[in-house]
Design a protein around this ligand. Structure first.
Ligand code: HEC
Ligand code: HEC
Length: 444
């Protein structure tokens, strides 16, 4: 080494020491290299599709129908959508769904957003394609306990279903297992999580995120080390990691027959996760706050822990809040509903001969009109023509009613069997108010 080299090395060393002194003295996280991360998190411009199952509108429509069809289950009372509920990010809001034997299933129902980009399916990656995955829950004794042959006979005896299959598969119009899983998988590939505020930031809008959310992003890609596994626009590396949860489930290990992969589970996407709590394969963490606390405080030390998992990260209460604020920016303001799902029509207390005389709109978070006069026997239809999810709650003489989540396009049709005043609100936006006055039939 020459003297010049030594001097250079000394200068570099001094520079490093100086830089660390400066950053040590600075408040808050290291500055964010926005241009770099905007590239890393940019959304793709198209959805991948396997060449042996190209999507058509007819195939997607059939898949959406099958997803909600209870004929696929043994007892005829359960559909894919019973556990994968659209307004809960296609999960079900519980830690582990009760199986048909009443006992909780082994694992939590995962969200189904952005499945099209996956490399393997299930928490342990045991299914190699969405097509291969779909028969699993139908035949699983604890999930739908269906018999595919019997389900196909039931569907095949329904003339409308036969027409739907023929339209979806013009070259091979059979109501067959192969076509059934292709249609369901084609529908699942339409479940692409919509753009959120974070994407507007990625596209260059500096104001799209609040300072605390940006600080959370800086922690996510910096000190907290989350981006080692939650990578790219979906926030997953599609790999399997043991992140030190207490669960005894061995996950990926037994699938591979490799003990080093014990306790490893597929990194979930973090898109639209606000709506899919609780979290993790065992549903053991109820909130984002608990998730962040897990990574900071409660990792179970064992030899299989992922090499990508930072350990002993020190996060102040403020930094934890910032990380959670950032995670929230990856979800929509209301649970999004994909356009590929058919609209839901809910009814309550409507007699068969009732005429739906009045239609009330819910555009821009307002019932319009805000007051309605009806006669006994007449029905009211409330149409969600807004872009948000609503819900209809009714209180009045001798009755109260609470609808399911009412997604854009869904309707709730109400009948009234007593005269009087009924107050209607949206449970999600309670400042939305509608008054219904029902007069006795024949009264003026
Ligand atoms: C009784 C509840 C239940 C029903 C009904 C159900 N699922 Fe699931 N689903 C689950 C659970 C639990 C898992 C995770 C199982 C595992 O990883 O071992 C899962 C996993 C999946 C996955 C993998 C997701 C991923 O991230 O890898 C897909 C896709 C899926 N289900 C689609 C379907 C389809 C299609 C149907 C209907 C044919 C269906 N499910 C019916 C509970 C259910
Ligand atoms: C070593 C890879 C790795 C790192 C680093 C990592 N995660 Fe995870 N993350 C995972 C895996 C794997 C799971 C699922 C684990 C399971 O269920 O057993 C997960 C689950 C989650 C979930 C729950 C998602 C759901 O739908 O259940 C959230 C939220 C999350 N991580 C956020 C974070 C944050 C915030 C950080 C940084 C503090 C982080 N992760 C760091 C791999 C990682």
């Amino acid at each position: 080494m020459t003297r010049g080299d030594l001097l250079k090395a000394g200068r570099v060393l001094a520079g490093v020491v100086l830089a660390s002194l400066v950053s040590g003295a600075a408040e808050g996280p290291a500055p964010l290299d926005a241009a770099h991360w905007r590239k890393v998190f940019a959304r793709p411009d198209h959805t991948p599709m396997p060449s042996d199952n190209p999507a058509t509108p007819e195939k997607i429509a059939l898949g959406a129908k099958l997803f909600e069809d209870t004929r696929l289950s043994g007892a005829g009372d359960m559909a894919c959508a019973s556990c994968h509920q659209a307004d809960l990010s296609f999960s079900d809001g519980v830690d582990r769904h009760p199986g048909l034997d009443g006992q909780p299933l082994d694992r939590r129902t995962p969200s189904l957003w952005n499945m099209a980009w996956g490399l393997s399916w299930f928490w342990d990656g045991r299914a190699a394609s969405l097509e291969a995955q779909a028969l699993g829950p139908i035949e699983n004794k604890r999930e739908m306990a269906g018999d595919v042959e019997r389900a196909l006979r039931d569907l095949g005896s329904d003339p409308q279903m036969r027409r739907d299959f023929a339209k979806a598969f013009p070259e091979d119009p059979a109501v067959s297992a192969a076509n059934l899983v292709k249609a369901i998988a084609a529908f699942e590939r339409t479940l692409v999580s919509p753009e959120t505020r974070f994407d507007r930031w990625v596209e260059g809008d500096d104001k799209a995120l609040e300072p605390d959310e940006l600080a959370g992003l800086a922690l996510f890609v910096g000190k907290a080390g989350c981006v080692a596994c939650h990578q790219g626009w979906r926030f997953t590396d599609d790999a399997f990691h043991d992140i030190g949860l207490a669960s005894a489930d061995k996950g990926r290990g037994p699938i591979l027959g490799i003990a080093a992969a014990d306790h490893a589970f597929k990194t979930p996407s973090l898109r639209e996760r606000v709506w899919s709590a609780p979290y993790m394969h065992d549903g053991s963490l109820a909130t984002f706050e608990e998730v962040v606390a897990h990574y900071a405080d409660t990792i179970v030390k064992r030899p299989t822990l992922s090499a990508d998992l930072p350990q002993g990260i020190a996060l102040s209460p403020r930094e934890r809040e910032q990380l959670v604020a950032f995670l929230n920016t990856l979800s929509s303001e209301d649970p999004p509903r994909p356009a590929s799902l058919p609209a839901k029509a809910m009814t309550a207390g409507v007699s068969a001969d009732a005429v739906a005389v009045s239609i009330v709109s819910q555009k821009d978070r307002r019932f319009s009109p805000g007051a309605v006069l009806l006669k006994l026997g007449e029905a009211l239809r409330i149409l969600n023509d807004d872009t948000r999810v609503h819900n209809v709650r009714v209180d009045g003489p001798g009755r109260s009613y609470n609808s399911d989540a009412q997604n854009p396009g869904d309707t709730v049709t109400l009948g009234f069997d007593r005269p009087g005043r009924y107050d209607v609100i949206c449970g999600i936006h309670p400042d939305m108010r509608l008054t219904v006055n029902v007069s006795a039939a024949g009264a003026p």
